[in-house]
Design a binder for this molecule. Structure first.
Ligand code: AMP
Length: 190
């Protein structure tokens, strides 16, 4: 199986690149942000609880997203592999993902990190907010909170994969196609 963690701060381009990667490698796209927004759209209890945090740019509890990912792994047993987008976002999530995959005799193949500076992220997210309709993209304070959460809780996840020699970093500023080619180069070495 080819299991890729696409890593990077909010606005780095993970969603855009994931769409291209699933076509290229026939992988299943697992975005915890999309799954949570699906729960909100359906008005589930989980969605209502998550929305309170998401609207403020705060991470939802680890057990919520780990449970969602576990269900999706079970529901896609014959998959060629997965792109994890926006997950894991804490070291506890990364450890849980390793355990889930390990129990299926699988593992993460590589983490690919998209590097984009904070000013560019803020600019991109505000632009995206005009089209996405996402409440968390519309408010500069919430955007800054999301970047802050990333730097505090999510950035350490890179070390987790560095320690396993699975971390690769890519410049996330440039044309969508150039960045895609750079990611493919990493994946093709897996
Ligand atoms: P995203 O679409 O990945 O930018 O996620 C939007 C929001 O959903 C985040 O700001 C968090 O509140 C929540 N979220 C998404 N994925 C996770 C995760 N893996 N862990 C915790 N919270 C998450």
């Amino acid at each position: 199986m080819l299991n890729i963690v696409l890593f990077g701060p909010p606005g780095a381009g993970k969603g855009t690149q994931s769409q291209k990667l699933i076509d290229q490698y026939q992988l299943i796209h697992l975005s915890t942000g999309d799954l949570l927004r699906g729960e909100i759209a359906q008005g589930t209890a989980l969605g209502l609880e998550a929305k309170k945090l998401m609207d403020h740019g705060i991470l939802v509890p680890d057990e919520v997203v780990i449970g969602m990912i576990s269900n999706k792994l079970d529901a896609n047993k014959g998959a060629k592999g997965f792109i994890f987008d926006g997950f894991p976002r804490t070291v506890a999530q990364a450890e849980a993902l390793d355990q889930l995959l390990n129990s299926k005799n699988e593992a993460i193949s590589s983490m690919v990190a998209l590097e984009v500076n904070d000013d560019e992220l803020e600019h991109r997210l505000l632009l995206r907010g005009k089209e996405s309709g996402r409440p968390d993209d519309a408010n500069p304070e919430v955007i800054r909170k999301r970047i802050h959460e990333y730097n505090n809780k999510t950035a350490p996840v890179a070390h987790f994969y560095q320690n396993q020699n699975k971390f690769k970093s890519i410049n996330g500023i440039g044309s969508v196609d150039d960045i895609f080619q750079a990611i493919c180069k990493v994946i093709d070495l897996c």
